[in-house]
Design a protein around this ligand. Structure first.
Ligand code: AMP
Length: 292
């Protein structure tokens, strides 16, 4: 596995493997590291679908707000390199902040509308940081395909919009959420949780499962009714502090009107949650593609 730390090194490494393996495609998995099985599922899919796979690990400061967890974000470079090797990654890109942002950056990429609700509303500027770093990484790696987890469903919608709007020559591959056996969605931030917080955090996947059953069983349930059931279920956990519960169309992220009957909708539905447990903000969601 090649480890690249500068823009020149990553470009040279990708070029070298493309030359050595004619007609190969490059798959790319951008991450912030502290890798777990969720990241591993993306890396394995990339290795399955492409002759060359690139992983990037970069804790991107410009996507964190001033009071967020940038300083304490968990890191484990040696563990990450080991897992990457096991998942078929050929090149790991590990840039420093100075490499990614050598001087005060004057260009930012901002996707409108799709970024306005949900995490965009509670984390101002977050998605501008995400689209800017992903565009820079795409320009450095020049992948044919890029793999993103639906754990961050709004992020997938925002990046797909950017790729469409700016004619970026890369195929975005959304990948399903990987969960612990008890339902908790894997996240690098789960390491912050105390035992009690982790126990109460199971309410996220439980409430999404409950919402799924309700939509299947009661096609007349409205967006407002379902929202209410989910909110009450989460609030039954004493330390759960709701940031948002949203039922939106996917991928536009437009909120359904309160009176809309979800079982009768002819569009993809996303039920997305962000909830704090102590100092840790967790997100989870249920994606229900419309089936004819
Ligand atoms: P992060 O390191 O948290 O920025 O995540 C890097 C990529 O891994 C993003 O595309 C995430 O959506 C994806 N990811 C994180 N957690 C999971 C998970 N539990 N299941 C699937 N993909 C995930």
């Amino acid at each position: 596995m090649i480890v690249a730390r500068t823009v020149e090194e990553i470009r040279a490494a990708v070029q070298q493997l493309r030359t050595n393996r004619p007609n190969s495609t490059v798959g790319f998995v951008p991450t912030m590291g502290y890798l777990h099985e969720g990241h591993a599922s993306l890396m394995r899919k990339s290795a399955e679908q492409n002759e060359i796979s690139v992983l990037s690990i970069f804790v991107n400061p410009i996507q964190f707000g001033p009071n967020e967890d940038l300083e304490r974000y968990p890191r484990n470079e040696s563990g990450d390199l080991q897992l990457a090797g096991q998942c078929g990654i050929d090149i790991v890109f590990l840039p420093s902040v100075e490499v990614m942002y050598p001087q005060a950056t004057k260009t930012k990429i901002r996707v409108a509308e799709v970024t306005e609700g949900l995490c965009g509303a509670s984390r101002p500027g977050h998605f501008d940081g995400v689209t800017t770093v992903v565009a820079k990484l795409f320009n450095m790696v020049k992948p044919d395909r890029a793999y993103f987890g639906l754990k961050d469903a709004q992020q997938v919608a925002v990046i797909q919009q950017m790729v469409n709007d700016l004619n970026m020559d890369v195929q975005i591959i959304p990948c399903p959420i990987v969960r612990e056996t008890d339902g908790l969605a894997l996240s690098s931030r789960n390491v912050y949780l105390s035992d009690e917080e982790r126990r109460q955090a199971l309410v996220l996947s439980e409430s999404l499962q409950m919402a799924h059953s309700l939509i299947r069983e009661q096609s007349t349930i409205t967006a407002a009714e379902l929202n209410d059931v989910i909110v009450k279920h989460i609030q039954a956990m004493p330390i759960a502090d709701i940031d948002y519960v949203e039922i939106v169309q996917y991928p536009s992220m437009e909120r359904f009107a309160a009176s809309v009957k979800l079982g009768e909708q002819k569009s993809d539905i996303l039920i997305a949650l962000a909830v704090r447990f102590g100092n840790t903000r967790l997100i989870d969601n249920l994606y229900l593609p419309y089936q004819l």
